[in-house]
Design a protein around this ligand. Sequence first.
Ligand code: ATP
Ligand code: MG
Length: 140
Amino acid sequence: MTIERTFSMIKPDATDRNLVGSITAMIESSGLRVIASKRIRMTQEKAAEFYGVHSERPFFQSLCDFMCSGPIIVQVLEGENAVKKNREIMGATNPEDADDGTIRKVHAVSLEKNSVHGSDSLENAVIEIAHFFNDQEIHP
Ligand code: ATP
Ligand code: MG
């Protein structure tokens, strides 16, 4: 059994539609535990840094604008194989390709407005958590 932590965001399309509770309930139903959570506004600077890996992609500026368009919820999730488990319950990046019952299948609006982010590796989870939380804000 490997207990891991991963980083999750509920994106502006979902906060706008009042889906914070519904999405968090889906996360908790999977067995993952929310051990840190806060509602923030992304800045252009932070969005560009966070999605820096995509800076050369044609959708980059639109993605940054979208992520700054409304409040987001940032969370730390803990549990068995948390990184992989969260990616599974999120579903595919494009909601049209997502499996039934996944967060993106149920709630996402489009490829861009896909409601949630989740770390794609343990290494990135550590980096992303440190971007948004200090140790005093995480309570297992
Ligand atoms: P995230 O990093 O947000 O968890 P992901 O890992 O499933 O999503 P990435 O390839 O990292 O997918 O893309 C980051 C985000 O950029 C996607 O979640 C989506 O919002 C947006 N995105 C990705 N590809 C496209 C595209 N072709 N057109 C528009 N937006 C896109
Ligand atoms: Mg990604």
